[in-house]
Structure formats: C-alpha cells, structure tokens
Design a protein around this ligand. Structure first.
Ligand code: AMP
Ligand code: GLY
Length: 421
C-alpha cells in the first residue's frame, strides 16, 4: 500500500516510523518530511497548505492513504477536499476540526452539553472585555479564538497584562478577531488524554504529560513542547470513566448533532483537580512531542488501526500497549523559542545507535550533502522506553550527551513531577 504522511515534525517522523514497520505498507511518502523521514520514506517537497498541489501528487503517484499530521490543513478542510476526490484520508473534516480551530465553538459545546470546563465569557469588543476584566478576579486567562500556533493563550496575573492581551488579540496579532474568550484560571495538574475515532466509535489511545515551558521547573516562555512522558501518572479507572462520559462522549454527540462525524486522533487537554477532569482544549491531531512519546509503546500495528478508522471498523480492533514507561526529551537550537541560527551542522549523528527501546525522531532537520542540518527550533526528539521513568530519562540524556551538539540545549528535568517528587 502506498501512503502519504503530511507534515515535517517529530510527530510525523514517529508516525512514518511505526508505519514503516507495518506488513501492509509498500511505500511511504512524507510531504515534506525531514532528514529522519528520508531514511524510511521518500520526502516530497510540497506545501501541504496548497491542497491542489498535494492532490496532483497523490493522484499521479496513486497514493492509497493520506495521513494528516498537523492541525492547519485539517482546520482548512484538506480532508473534505481529498475525500471529494475519492482519496482515502485519515483525520477529521473541516467542521469537526473546529474543535481545535475555534475555542469558542468548543466552549459553546461545553455549555450546551454540560462538559466540565473553566467558566468563561465571550466578548465582541475591547470595551466589553475590559469592562469585564475591571471586576474580575486574577489570575485570569485570555484566549484568541482561532489557531495561533500555541501562542494565543495568555495567563494573566493582573489587570494590566489581561488588558494588554485583549489589545493584542483585537489588534490582529492572530488574524482578524471578532471575539475574545476570557476564562477562569483553573488550578490542578494537566494531563493529555488521546482518543482514536472512526466516525462511529472511539477507543482510548493512551495518556501523556508534556512540558511546554522552555526552562527547567516549568518556567520561562511557552514552546511547542520540550519533552513529555507517557503514560500520565494521574490516570486511574475512575478518572478515565469521567473523561469518557463527561467529556469525550458528549463531544462526539455534539459533532453528530451538527450532522458530522469525527475520524482521527483527538487530543483532550485536561486539568485534573481532586480526580475531576476539566477540559482545557481539544486538538484534532496527535500532540507533538506526545506522539513521539506514545507510539513506541504501541504494540498493535498502527497502519491497521488507521485503516480501520477510515473504514468505520475500529470496534473490531484491539489496541495493545507495552507495559513500559516512555520519556521524550526534545533537543532544541540554542535561543529557541526566540531567535536561533539555522542550517547548523549536527556532527556525530551517525554514531548514535537506536534500538527497540531507544528512538530518535527528527523535527527541524534537513539533509544536505550527506550532513544533517538543524533548521528548526525543536530539532531532535530522543525517546526511551523502560521499566521506569527514571531509567528512561537517564537513557535519553545519555544519548543526547553522546551526540554532544554544542549548538543545542534541552531540559534535564522532563518528568520531574513523577520521578523526583
Ligand atoms: P491551550 O492552548 O488552550 O492548551 O492553552 C495552553 C496552556 O495554557 C494549557 O496547556 C494550560 O497550561 C494553560 N491554560 C489554558 N487555559 C487555562 C485555564 N483556564 N486555566 C489554567 N491554565 C490554562
Ligand atoms: N504538545 C502540545 C501540542 O501538540 O499541542
């Protein structure tokens, strides 16, 4: 079977890697891919946001399945576009992708279906938002409605910073804003819960916790993710029951009631307080680096699962996991998430050995003249699975130190809440 994977990050490398192990695959194309996917797939340098261009390639090369990694093409409707042309494609359609594409869409579902989430208000002018903020308790959370590349959420400690957030959002920092969302600040511990859905049924797809802040101890600027571990230490049968019955099922019901169905991964971002789940956000895709962290634990053939979703047949497939602890550390370019240099050579890469317990997934890399160059802020994902998170973290750090890349940095404390406290 010929498969195309859209995207260029660590998530897409991990998906391509798992699929390369499937007895069903024949050939994988990564559009555009990275230096890591080049070894297991053919990289095709196309813009995945140009749907016509993507379609031309898929049609010409007779691709039988398209897997969409990132959110933007999903939210922009690539699934609808390709399905109309009779291409098999894995991911939610445009309407269902509003679960990530519009935070207000999701909040309205929460309201209607009584899904536990932070109390909120939607304001269509700066004046109304500021009026509300004058009387609100701090801290408070101000959010842009649409996709903002992980930057549209402001946790505000005081009135001044909350008004500044409203200013930036209505000022067009994340595109034209008709509304701003203001939310109660939730306290607790975060957990990410993943679901695989086939349009009719869904199954749990493990849990994880990521570290979004750039600095050790979870301080400093927000990033795309500096590391993660799976499974989350917070999950338990009682909590999972609540997540499924109070959040996941009502959400899929809401999607059904607008005449749509949901196929693909759903990332349920939660705050857990006293074993009660509160929805923070949905993402309509796997997380990055959560995907790289979770997939090495998957025993079942990923391609069979994805195909079963495309054929509304997930209920006949069991999802099996290795009973191990997975931990991922992201090696970044110095300076990230601010300015960093690009096209920096990563020496020693060939010396690094990987095996069934130690993985390296590329993110911002490209190959040029047989050398691996760092092209992005997040460069390489080092993942290790073992009997304990501590061992996994030690193994991961050892590998990064073997690489000894002077232009990179990473957090040594990934998983500290479960390992060190
Ligand atoms: P989001 O893009 O909605 O996931 O928000 C990014 C991060 O902001 C989340 O992972 C949380 O750490 C934090 N966050 C978002 N909303 C809230 C909230 N209502 N209360 C506390 N923290 C929040
Ligand atoms: N790691 C967070 C995300 O993928 O959105």
């Amino acid at each position: 079977m010929k498969i195309a994977i859209l995207g260029s990050g660590g998530r897409e490398h991990a998906i391509a890697f798992k699929i390369s192990k499937s007895p069903k695959k024949k050939k994988i194309y990564c559009i555009p891919g990275n230096a890591g996917t080049k070894d297991i797939a053919e990289n095709i340098n196309l813009d995945i946001n140009n749907f016509e261009e993507v379609y031309k390639f898929i049609n010409k090369f007779k691709i039988e399945l398209v897997i969409v990694g990132p959110e933007k093409p999903l939210v922009d409707g690539i699934v609808d576009f390709l399905k109309e042309k009779n291409i098999k494609v894995f991911g939610p359609n445009k309407k269902a992708s509003q679960l990530e594409g519009s935070k207000i869409f999701t909040k309205k579902i929460c309201e209607k279906y009584k899904i536990p989430t932070a109390k909120f208000g939607i304001f269509n002018s700066k004046f109304k938002a500021n009026n509300f903020l004058e009387k609100a308790n701090m801290p408070i959370v101000v959010k842009a409605d649409g996709l903002a590349g992980g930057k549209g959420v402001y946790i505000c400690e005081n009135l001044e910073s909350s008004k500044n957030a409203v200013d930036e959002i209505f000022g067009g920092k994340f595109g034209i804003a008709e509304n701003v969302l203001i939310e109660e600040f939730l306290e607790g511990n975060e957990m990410s819960y993943f679901v695989l859905a086939d349009g009719k049924n869904f199954k749990s797809f493990n849990t994880a916790q990521d570290h979004k802040r750039v600095g050790e101890g979870d301080i400093g600027k927000n990033t795309g993710g500096m590391g993660a571990y799976a499974p989350s230490g917070l999950n338990n049968p009682e909590l999972e029951n609540k997540i499924i019955n109070q959040i996941v099922k009502p959400t899929f019901k809401a999607i059904r009631e607008i005449g749509e169905s949901y196929t693909g991964f759903l990332y349920v971002g939660l705050m857990i307080k006293n074993n009660e789940p509160y929805l923070i956000e949905f993402n309509v895709r796997m997380g990055d680096p959560e995907c790289q962290t979770i997939l090495p634990l998957l025993k079942t053939d990923l391609l069979s699962l994805i195909l079963s979703c495309c054929e509304n047949d997930l209920k006949n497939h069991e999802i099996k996991w290795f009973d191990k602890k997975s931990l991922c550390i992201v090696l970044c370019s110095k300076g990230y998430p601010d300015k960093y240099s690009k096209n920096i050579i990563i020496n020693n890469f060939d010396k690094l050995k990987t095996d069934d317990s130690n993985y390296i997934f590329h993110a911002g890399t490209k190959e040029s003249k047989k050398e691996i160059l760092a092209t992005g802020g997040r460069v390489l994902n080092f993942v290790s699975i073992s009997s304990s998170f501590k061992k996994s973290r030690n193994n991961t750090i050892k590998k990064i130190n073997e690489l000894d890349w002077k232009k990179g940095f990473f957090r040594k404390d990934i998983g500290y809440k479960i390992i060190d406290q």
